[in-house]
Design a protein around this ligand. Structure first.
Ligand SMILES: NC(=O)c1ccc[n+]([C@@H]2O[C@H](COP(=O)([O-])OP(=O)(O)OC[C@H]3O[C@@H](n4cnc5c(N)ncnc54)[C@H](OP(=O)(O)O)[C@@H]3O)[C@@H](O)[C@H]2O)c1
Length: 291
């Protein structure tokens, strides 16, 4: 039995789909408010709970052989990115789980002090490595599926909001490719006990993204490009009312003002381990947008 957390998220949903296509038994950890009917139709066992509750994690992990942690936090890094994963690892040990796959983030080891999600994930990585469990830690850069709503907006308006440096590089990964790597990690010996940076096959500058949208929809992009310090202004203003949101926005600020891309040899290594060719962002978008 596979336990998948974040099963209704961009990554988790695809992981559950793949596992069910392979007719693997899957327990999907969801919230009562989550949109989980698709997972149920695909034959996943639905476990309703809250990852902030240790008791729910303890129940959900009973009898599982593999754990795949893909949940995100929406601001509460301490409870979800940190504590929930530590609890999952402890329960994995107690249940003699055979393999634990953790979705971390690229750049987690750069010591960004102002980014709670990065700090939480770094601490979890360390805890997992020291746990004695078999593990695979995947550190993705940006996910292609995040760009789908922006592409739909672009289709309607031709507008693209690009905050900060246009030249910053990233290697956006196909969310479907990432899901495949997650699922295959538990069976490939070369992925066992590895920490792998994950990106797409090309290094893009951020200004390439509206150009790709422009090619797909055959319209000239109008790029609105405010500087990052505008985010600082908004952040400081929000901090007057909600210090917690101000802290959470530190992760967003870090993502906007740094580069997140994989080197060519890291991509070649991924393609070798997982034995498939990674798809480009343009290919991913065309498949989903049917253009
Ligand atoms: N997005 C990126 O570009 C990116 C890049 C690098 C790494 N990552 C990492 O990849 C992981 C997944 O990202 P994603 O974009 O797939 O996330 P996502 O679409 O935002 O999904 C987050 C998932 O976590 C679940 N969740 C949140 N709070 C929960 C709680 N209290 N109890 C149970 N479930 C809860 C959500 O459930 P609901 O459906 O109920 O909201 C949802 O299924 C995250 O760890 C993220 O940090 C993301």
């Amino acid at each position: 039995m596979f336990l998948v957390t974040g099963a209704t998220g961009g990554i988790g949903r695809r992981v559950v789909r793949l596992l069910r296509q392979q007719e693997q038994p899957v327990r999907a950890f969801v919230r009562l408010t989550s949109r989980y009917s698709e997972l149920e139709h695909r034959g996943a066992e639905i476990f309703i709970g809250d990852l902030r509750q240790a008791r729910d994690i303890e129940k959900a992990t009973q009898g599982v052989k593999y754990i795949i942690s893909t949940h995100g936090s929406d601001g509460d890094a301490l409870s979800l990115d940190y504590r929930a994963n530590i609890e999952l690892i402890d329960q994995a040990k107690a249940n003699q789980v055979q393999h634990f796959v953790f979705v971390s983030v690229l750049g987690v080891d750069r010591g960004y002090e102002d980014a709670p999600v990065f700090k939480a994930k770094r601490a979890v990585e360390q805890y997992l490595v020291d746990s004695g469990l078999n593990y695979t830690i995947l550190r993705p850069s940006g996910l292609a599926s995040n760009l789908l709503p922006l592409a739909e907006q672009f289709r309607e308006t031709g507008l693209y909001l690009l905050i900060g440096d246009r030249k910053n590089r990233s290697s956006v990964v196909s969310t479907d490719d990432l899901a495949k790597m997650i699922v295959d990690s538990v069976k490939l010996t070369e992925a066992r006990n590895q920490i792998l940076p994950v990106g797409g096959p090309e290094i893009l500058q951020r200004e390439d993204i509206p150009q790709i949208f422009g090619r797909i929809f055959n319209r000239e992009p109008i790029v609105i490009n405010p500087p990052v310090f505008l985010v600082d202004g908004v952040r400081n203003f929000i901090g007057l009312f909600s210090p917690q949101t101000q802290t959470a926005l530190g992760t967003y600020r870090t993502l906007l003002s740094n580069e997140f891309f994989c080197k060519k040899d890291e991509i070649a290594n991924l393609e070798r381990i997982f034995n498939f060719q990674l798809e480009t962002l343009e290919n991913f978008l065309r498949r989903y947008l049917a253009v």
